[in-house]
Design a protein. Structure first.
Length: 237
C-alpha cells in the first residue's frame, strides 16, 4: 500500500499553538507546534528530490522537525484520509468512504462530505420561486475533530484549509475549511478554461469546459457563464 508523508495527505496546513495553553500558564514552557500536510504527496519522490538537493526547505523541515512515513487510508482517497486524520477513526466510524456517495432514494451520486439542500418551502410568483426559509448545509462526517478535544484541554489552535471540514465544526479556536467545500451548486465544482488557441478549443476534457475567446488588439471578448439562478423557474424543453 502506498505510504504518505506527514501523517495523511493534506491540502495546506494546520497549526496548534501550545504556548498560551493552561499548562503554559502554570509555568510549563511549551513550544508552538506546526503540522504541514500536502495532499497526495509521495514520500519516496520527496526523499529522492531531497537527496538530490533540489528541495532544501523540505530538507530543513525534515532535519529540524519530525519526519516519518505513515500508511494512508483504505481506500486511499483524500476525503477518506483526511476524515481519518481529523477523527482518528476509519471510514466505518466517520462514514466517509469516497468523494461521492449515492442517494439511497434516487441512486444518484451525491457529495460525500457535506449536504447542501435548498429551502423546502417556497412560493411561486410568476417566473420567480421565492424561498420562505433558508437552505440547509450539513457536515456528513461523523465523529469528533481532534481540535474539539483540544478545546477540552484549553489548548489554542488554528486549523487552516483542512479538507473534509465543511461546514467547519463548532469549536473555540479558528478553523477554516479547504478542499471539499462545495460550490454554489453543491458540487465539487468544474473548471472553465478560456483560450484563443484553436488547438485547445476542440479538446474533449472531463471535469470542466473549454471556452473560446476573441482577442482584438488589447481587448479580449468572451461569454462568462455563472451558476443557474435557483430563484428563477427554468422551463426545460
Amino acid at each position: 500500500m502506498r505510504k504518505e508523508l506527514f501523517a495523511i495527505p493534506m491540502t495546506i496546513a494546520l497549526a496548534c499553538g501550545f504556548a498560551t495553553s493552561t499548562a503554559a500558564k502554570d509555568g510549563h514552557d511549551f513550544k508552538n507546534v506546526v503540522v504541514l500536510g500536502i495532499d497526495g504527496m509521495d514520500p519516496k519522490l520527496l526523499q529522492t528530490y531531497v537527496a538530490k538537493g533540489v528541495m532544501p526547505n523540505f530538507a530543513s523541515l525534515m532535519a529540524e522537525g519530525s519526519y516519518s512515513e505513515l500508511r494512508t487510508s483504505v481506500p486511499p482517497q483524500s476525503p477518506v484520509a483526511w476524515s481519518n486524520f481529523i477523527t482518528g477513526m476509519n471510514p466505518g466510524g466517520h462514514g466517509i468512504f469516497d468523494f461521492l456517495h449515492r442517494d439511497e432514494k434516487s441512486y444518484m451520486p451525491t457529495f460525500s462530505t457535506a449536504l447542501v439542500a435548498e429551502a423546502e418551502k417556497t412560493i411561486k410568483i410568476g417566473k420567480w420561486i421565492i424561498p420562505l426559509a433558508k437552505g440547509r448545509v450539513e457536515l456528513l462526517r461523523g465523529g469528533s475533530a481532534f481540535w474539539q478535544e483540544l478545546d477540552h484541554c484549553k489548548v489554542p489552535y488554528t486549523i487552516f484549509r483542512i479538507p473534509a471540514n465543511f461546514p467547519p465544526v463548532e469549536s473555540d479556536g479558528t478553523n477554516v475549511s479547504g478542499m471539499g467545500t462545495p460550490d454554489l451548486l453543491g458540487t465539487y465544482g468544474t473548471f472553465s478554461f478560456y483560450t484563443d488557441d484553436p488547438a485547445y478549443a476542440s479538446l474533449d476534457v472531463s471535469g470542466g469546459e473549454i471556452f473560446t475567446v476573441r482577442v482584438h488588439d488589447d481587448r479580449v471578448e468572451a461569454e462568462l457563464f455563472g451558476p443557474e439562478n435557483t430563484m428563477l423557474e427554468i422551463i426545460r424543453t
